[in-house]
Design a binder for this molecule. Structure first.
Ligand SMILES: Nc1ncnc2c1ncn2[C@@H]1O[C@H](COP(=O)(O)OP(=O)(O)OP(=O)(O)O)[C@@H](O)[C@H]1O
Ligand SMILES: [Mg+2]
Length: 295
């Protein structure tokens, strides 16, 4: 069963701006699914369409394998932008109002406040909360009614490093409880830390989708250097297990066949009379991979 499936979902603004173009996505139950893309790539527009807030130009989507309905919408909790809380009411009171609007039992509220780590500040008015606390309260609000699916649009925007860690850990915790999560983000590191699946958007186009390890993980890159760079380059180009070789200033960056180790490389070079001044194995930076894929 799919939780959300989009078929050729498209949004054109002002007749020419294709904000989302022919998007096909399938999100399975239990996925922590990241929609990753730079500013303006169509993340919010995509989420807005699937929540019935933005009218698609063409294409369609299903929730729980059925046409969208009010009943399906009840099974989804979402924060697209910071919700309007009452500034002079405390967390409990604010959530009670939300529960009332959602026709949900207010008994769950203390547990939600505990989950998002606001128990110690439950009596403070909303206006006295830090940005991170406000965001955690918003997440508690989305969890009212125990929805199966949670949708978050850039939930760590504007937070300080501590707030970012707290919100990410909260998302991981919610995912571990078996919820399906859809998270829009422009931060590759965030998607890598929180999600198990990812779709990468660029100018409204889907450029890659799959498991995080498949899409964002890369084969290691070995950096080497030696006093005589030309000699090193020439020897490396003759080694059968070197599959890719790039020059980066005084460093040569190479890829090798999977079964070969850095030790094998070092030994092979030493046997040819080359003593390395630099040897470093790095997993391809995700940022680099992302830019490579989005540029
Ligand atoms: N109401 C609108 N009218 C016209 N153009 C719009 C409207 N909303 C969004 N757009 C345009 O559609 C494109 C996609 O915007 P969207 O907000 O979906 O991107 P995003 O990936 O969420 O970006 P960000 O990371 O900045 O939140 C952008 O070029 C944006 O300017
Ligand atoms: Mg957005």
């Amino acid at each position: 069963m799919s939780v959300l499936q989009t078929t050729s979902l498209t949004k054109v603004y002002n007749k020419t701006l294709r904000a989302v173009d022919d998007l096909n996505l399938r999100i399975e139950k239990g996925n922590i699914y990241g929609i990753l893309g730079p500013n303006g790539s169509g993340k919010t527009t995509t989420l807005g369409m699937t929540l019935g807030i933005i009218h698609p130009t063409s294409g369609s989507y299903t929730w729980f394998d059925e046409a969208p309905s009010a009943a399906a919408r009840q099974r989804i909790g979402a924060i697209l932008e910071t919700p309007n809380f009452y500034p002079y009411m405390n967390a409990q009171k604010n959530l009670e109002i939300m529960a009332h609007i959602k026709r949900s039992d207010p008994k769950q509220i203390p547990e939600l406040i505990d989950l998002v780590g606001l128990t110690g500040r439950v009596d403070s008015p909303f206006t006295a909360y830090s940005l991170g606390m406000k965001q955690r309260l918003a997440i508690a609000g989305a969890l009212i009614g125990d929805p199966e699916v949670l949708i978050f649009d850039e939930p760590t925007n504007g937070l300080d490093p501590q707030g970012i860690v707290e919100v990410r850990n909260l998302l991981i915790e919610i995912g571990a409880r078996g919820k399906t999560i859809l998270l829009a983000s422009h931060i590759i590191d965030e998607v890598e830390k929180v999600c198990n699946h990812v779709a990468i958007l660029k100018y409204g186009d889907l450029i890659a989708a799959g498991s995080v390890s498949e899409i964002l993980g890369g084969e290691p890159i070995i950096e080497v250097s030696a006093p005589d760079l030309e000699q090193l380059k020439s020897v490396l180009s003759q080694l059968s297990f070197v599959t890719d070789l790039k020059e980066d200033g005084p460093i040569l960056a190479l890829k090798m066949k999977a079964e070969t180790t850095a030790t094998d490389l070092n030994k092979a070079l030493f046997d040819k009379g080359i003593v390395l001044s630099h040897l470093h194995v790095r997993k391809k930076s995700l940022e680099a991979e992302f830019l490579e894929r989005t540029s």
